[in-house]
Write a protein that binds this ligand. Structure first.
Ligand SMILES: [Zn+2]
Ligand SMILES: [Zn+2]
Length: 362
């Protein structure tokens, strides 16, 4: 089958023919119809994570946001059969540990990350293997196309898990979103659909325009202080000014030191900061925080990663009930041969919205 392989960090992915996967007894093979391209792919492609001995190895097939159709099933699979329409969450659990059994398969201690590990080849390929399919695989509703489902996982489902399941966002809350790339825009759209007042923060005016079109009520560009309106204030002060003393929930969807600290400083007393973005080699996984402020005002700091496969039905219900369109975030459809160029465009944040590979053989 056709696949895009990480041959060398920062160099174009190698398009080549590789052996197609065979299902384990508990696994299935999915024909990939669409797969999003995400900043996590960019981190892997750049070879980030060497400091933590956590680099994605050369030879890896990247791609972790697939949707498609089941084409083969192992003998022990009960819930799925050929022809089933599915979404594949990137965090693959073993289905048996205490976290999986309690519904937290996204933090399975024996899990695999699709598209980031040799044991889990990714979906920039015509077909993928999904282990423990009865636990990991998600049936795709009839109203959800593969293209829109690819936009949904990982960014949409990550935003949902962060806002609803980790931060208890409720209608009427004030929400700040720092960084309006794919997951940030998903948080803007979902937060606004859930009835929150959303303040979107980004240095790029195009990203802010898109945030406004997805429901952000207020926009903050850290680089464009309006002396009249803002008096030269920094981002957290501007957000607190516009939210009656701080937002209920603030999300760092980027993961650099500045957005993380700005986000923590944006929340009201007893508010919640949610960390979604992973740091770069500049932070090496650690950011210093205003701990006295967090203590004084009882600010919560929670981490959030992806979403457990077992919670997708809740997300589908919210999408149906609110009428929001995950496909509205898709800015471009790609052939597999275009992925390298689009990863390179992320070097200087030159990607707007969610880009999805829909031609896996081209
Ligand atoms: Zn597990
Ligand atoms: Zn992703």
């Amino acid at each position: 089958m056709h696949a895009a392989v990480l041959r060398e960090y920062g160099e174009p992915l190698q398009l080549r023919e590789v052996p197609g996967p065979e299902p384990d007894p508990g696994g299935v093979i999915v024909r990939v119809e669409a797969c999003g391209v995400c900043r996590s792919d960019w981190h892997a492609w750049k070879g980030h994570g060497e400091w933590a001995d956590d680099r994605v190895p050369r030879g890896q097939i990247l791609g972790h946001e697939p949707a498609g159709e089941v084409v083969a099933v192992g003998d022990a699979v009960d819930r799925f059969g050929p022809g089933d329409r599915v979404v594949v969450p990137f965090s693959l659990g073993d289905g048996t540990c205490r976290y999986c059994r309690q519904g937290h398969g996204n933090v399975c201690t024996d899990g695999r990350a699709l598209g980031f590990e040799p044991g889990a080849p990714g979906a920039f390929a015509e077909r993928i293997a999904v282990p423990q399919a009865d636990y990991n695989l998600v049936e795709r509703p009839s109203w959800l196309s593969a293209r829109d489902a690819a936009a949904l996982g990982c960014r949409y489902m990550t935003a949902y898990h962060a806002l609803v399941e980790r931060a208890d966002l409720a209608a009427g809350d004030r929400l700040a979103v720092h960084g309006c790339g794919g997951v940030g825009l998903s948080a803007v759209q979902l937060g606004s659909a859930l009835g929150a007042h959303v303040i979107a923060v980004d240095v790029d005016e195009g990203a802010l325009d898109r945030a406004a079109s997805l429901g952000a009520a207020d926009l903050v560009n850290p680089n464009a202080t309006d002396p009249e309106a803002d008096g030269g204030l920094g981002v957290p002060e501007r957000i607190r000014d516009r939210s009656d003393g701080g937002v209920d929930v603030s999300v760092d969807a980027l993961g650099i030191a500045e957005t993380c600290r700005n986000s923590v400083r944006s929340v009201r007393p007893r508010g919640t900061h949610v960390q979604v973005g992973l740091t770069t080699d500049a932070e090496r996984g650690e950011v210093s925080l205003p701990t006295d402020r967090m203590t004084r005002w009882e600010v919560s700091f929670v981490g959030s990663r992806g979403m457990p496969p077992t919670n997708y039905d809740d997300l589908f219900e919210v999408i149906e009930a609110t009428g929001i369109d995950p496909g509205a975030l898709v800015s471009r459809e790609l052939a597999l041969s275009e992925v390298s160029e689009r990863l390179a465009a992320m070097d200087d944040y030159g990607v707007d919205g969610i880009e999805v590979v829909t031609d896996l053989s081209g």
